[in-house]
Ligand binder design. Structure first.
Ligand SMILES: O=c1ccn([C@@H]2O[C@H](COP(=O)(O)O)[C@@H](O)[C@H]2O)c(=O)[nH]1
Length: 281
């Protein structure tokens, strides 16, 4: 790596300056309709542009959900590319939620797509799935390091179905999720102020004291708002790791559009609740 700032360094600074809230950009068909937009490319463009206009200058992190753009084909991906560029040039960080995961040789191509500086979809970080084996992610880990980017690895997801895989106990007595967290701690060893290799850990999960969340990396926490978790739950779920949590809210903010002020007020409300929860912890 060439003296460039790491994702962990940029993220820590963004969290300090703007607060840790991550707003998800999830253009569900139902949200497009609620905003009075058609479920087509023009609706997608208007929706995405409104979120960027309202929040890019004040929110630290955005998490576009790639699926909602991909469903419109290449024109949807073009809208996503534009949003990524605009968000980053406004000083926000972009975590692309594409949840990629495949055998190493294919993983290398996914990594080129999202983690190579010359790609139009280059993002500060990418969500990835370790369920083809953590080692299959190596091309993404390597390219992220080379380009000052990061990863968020699915460890303990917010959905109830995740438990049958993630809580499964291996031959050595450790759970699958604990093993993934262990790999991340190793990636981040010695990094300051924060490593670049984070975990996805749902805010919906209740007491996680059985897990060592001290991976010296960020913990992306979806589940606040539409999935039922609240900002006030964060200290109980994350314990001492709460200061490394990047809480994601998607529909909970987006349902306040298309009014730009409505979106801003909703994001500020969540940001304030998160601040109170984290500082009081
Ligand atoms: O464990 C996970 C991993 C990712 N997600 C994604 O986060 C958002 C949540 O949206 P809300 O509208 O705030 O519920 C969405 O893009 C999911 O795909 C998750 O929910 N849980």
């Amino acid at each position: 790596m060439s003296g460039q700032e790491t994702f962990g360094t940029r993220l820590r600074r963004a969290m300090d300056e703007r607060g840790p809230l991550c707003v998800g950009i999830d253009p569900h068909a139902s949200l497009l309709s609620a905003w009075g937009l058609n479920d087509d490319i023009a609706g997608l463009e208007r929706f995405t542009g409104t979120v960027v206009e309202a929040l890019a200058g004040s929110v630290a992190v955005f998490k576009p959900q790639s699926a909602f753009f991909e469903r419109f084909g290449s024109r949807g991906v073009a809208v996503l590319e534009k949003a990524v560029a605009e968000l980053r040039s406004a000083g926000a960080l972009v975590v692309m939620d594409a949840k990629r995961g495949d055998i190493g040789s294919t993983m290398a191509a996914y990594a080129e797509t999202f983690l190579h500086k010359d790609s139009p979809l280059f993002s500060d970080a990418l969500t990835v799935s370790p369920y083809l084996g953590y080692g299959s992610l190596k091309p993404a880990v390597d390219l992220a390091r080379e380009n000052g980017a990061g990863l968020f690895v699915l460890a303990l997801t917010s959905n109830p179905e995740g438990a049958e895989v993630q809580h499964a106990v291996r031959g050595d007595g450790r759970t699958v999720a604990a093993t993934i967290l262990g790999h991340l701690a190793a990636e981040n060893a010695g990094e300051t102020p924060l490593g670049s290799f984070g975990a996805v850990v749902g805010a919906t999960l209740g007491d996680l004291s059985a897990y060592d969340l001290a991976v010296n990396g960020p913990l992306l926490a979806p589940g606040i708002g539409a999935q039922g978790a609240t900002s006030a739950d964060l200290p109980a779920v994350f314990g001492a790791a709460v200061r490394n949590v990047v809480p994601n809210v998607s529909r909970g903010v987006l349902r306040h559009g298309p009014d730009v002020m409505g979106l801003r007020e909703a994001a500020e409300r969540f940001a304030g609740e998160i601040r109170v929860a984290v500082e009081g912890a």
